[in-house]
Design a protein around this ligand. Structure first.
Ligand code: AMP
Ligand code: GLY
Length: 418
């Protein structure tokens, strides 16, 4: 049996580990108490010191830091770009420059590290204003607002380093894009790219798309408005030109390329690239894989991608249970009710898996909250409406003090049950 090593500790890695465990042995590093409770071995050993047939790097921080390069230099098969490819996510200014060179449809933008210059740029834009931190900010570095005063305050805070430290000392100011959001995750083997099932993520903390941007409060797949024809269009107009431009610059990209898209009146536009699996998108894409996940990931890692994994049909919806104060200042250490010893919903609902994001298991065997996003409760079913009902039914049996949950994940997309 092959051994897949999953690097990371969140709900995304939990979903990858569970998906891969159907086809291979899996070891997670560092993993989490929730992953271990699910029966998947975890180790605190560094991936550099581990043997395995496939290494899957979950989070962006080690990718940007060059972990894939280090592991490849040891002769390992790695799903994840090297530091030169991961720069696409590590710097938004770099990403925008590359998109322009590749002629990819995206919002117009300007970037600056100087407060006076940035405020002058802002004064020339029309609302709503979109202001982004250049560097990594866990999805929290973006402000979209109609208030010029709020936009100016945000620019000052980011450029002073108060908001995101060094990651925030350059801002990107963008044209506002309207439309339906889509996350299209693609497997890339250096040459070829294949799309996975299109998903949608809900980025704002509050029901009705209100409040601050987060890492993601829920997701569902498939997204019906992203038709097969539209997927083909995005591959041809967004993904392939980007990979060509990367190759032209000598970057061999093997990993997941995540296209964050806005499906608007002028056709799909790229909002951003991520260089990894999305979180929480992975918690709805991986459960829909019927078979071939391991082979597809290994194929991408080895430059021998033959096609996507096969998807089962049906739909998945995930609902994130977050801590009070997320995303600014999550309160941790609260005891979680409604989980059994394996970390799953104690009151079993058909088609549901609970993925752990920020939990810790105490000596008494009970789980407590240990992060901003705590759990990602995924329901699957024949259609979005059924998957959604199951996810919320299971989520309603789980609770902890101050728990934050959006009640409208996939609501607009639940046409009815089959
Ligand atoms: P990003 O981290 O760049 O994906 O931005 C986070 C979220 O902010 C996106 O998923 C959108 O919901 C929103 N957003 C980012 N850029 C724009 C834009 N140019 N126009 C409208 N909304 C945007
Ligand atoms: N769900 C957004 C992200 O993974 O960046």
């Amino acid at each position: 049996v092959s051994l897949a090593v999953v690097i990371g500790s969140g709900a995304r890695e939990h979903a990858l580990a569970v998906g891969l465990a159907r086809e291979a042995d899996v070891l997670a590093t560092p993993g989490s108490d929730g992953i271990a409770a699910h029966g998947i071995p975890c180790t605190s050993a560094s991936p550099v010191d581990l043997d395995g047939d496939l290494f899957v790097i979950g989070p962006e921080i080690p990718l940007v830091a060059g972990l894939a390069d280090t592991l490849r230099a040891q002769g390992k098969s790695v799903l994840g770009p090297g530091a030169n490819g991961a720069r696409l996510e590590g710097s938004k200014a770099h990403m925008k420059e590359l998109l322009a060179a590749a002629n990819v449809p995206t919002a117009g933008f300007a970037s600056s590290s100087d407060v006076t210059e940035a405020l002058a740029l802002l004064s020339k834009m029309r609302p709503p204003y979109v202001i982004k931190t250049d560097g990594l900010a866990a999805g929290k570095g973006v402000l979209v607002t109609s208030s010029l005063a709020e936009a100016e305050k945000d620019v000052r805070e980011k450029l002073s380093g108060a908001a995101f430290g060094d990651a925030g000392t350059t801002v990107v100011i963008e044209e506002y894009l309207d439309g339906e959001e889509c996350s299209l995750l693609c497997l890339v083997d250096g040459e070829r790219a294949v799309p996975l099932v299109p998903a949608q993520d809900f980025k704002r903390v509050g029901t009705g798309n209100t409040g601050a941007n987060t890492g993601g409060m829920g997701a569902f797949a498939p997204l019906a408005s992203m038709s097969p024809g539209l997927v083909e269009h995005v591959m041809a107009m967004v993904v392939e030109p980007t990979l060509r431009e990367l190759r032209r610059r000598g970057v061999e990209y093997r990993g997941v390329l995540y296209a964050g898209l806005m499906l608007g009146p002028d056709g799909p536009q790229l909002v951003e690239f991520n260089v990894r699996f999305g979180d929480p998108e992975t918690q709805v894409v991986v459960p829909l894989v019927e078979r071939g996940l391991y082979d597809a990931l290994l194929g991408a890692a080895n430059g021998e991608l033959r096609g996507p994994p096969s998807f089962a049909g049906g739909a998945a919806v995930t609902v994130v249970l977050a801590a009070a104060g997320y995303p600014q200042a999550p309160r941790t250490g609260e005891r979680i009710d409604g989980l059994d010893a394996s970390g799953q919903a104690a009151e079993e609902v058909e088609g549901v898996t609970v993925y752990h994001a920020g939990t810790r298991k105490g000596d008494d065997g009970e789980f407590s909250t240990a992060g901003g996003r705590v759990l990602s409760v995924t329901g699957t079913g024949p259609d979005v409406a059924t998957a959604r009902r199951r996810a919320y039914e299971a989520a309603s049996t789980i609770s902890f003090p101050g728990m934050v949950m959006r009640t409208d994940i996939a609501a607009r997309h639940s046409g009815g049950e089959r």
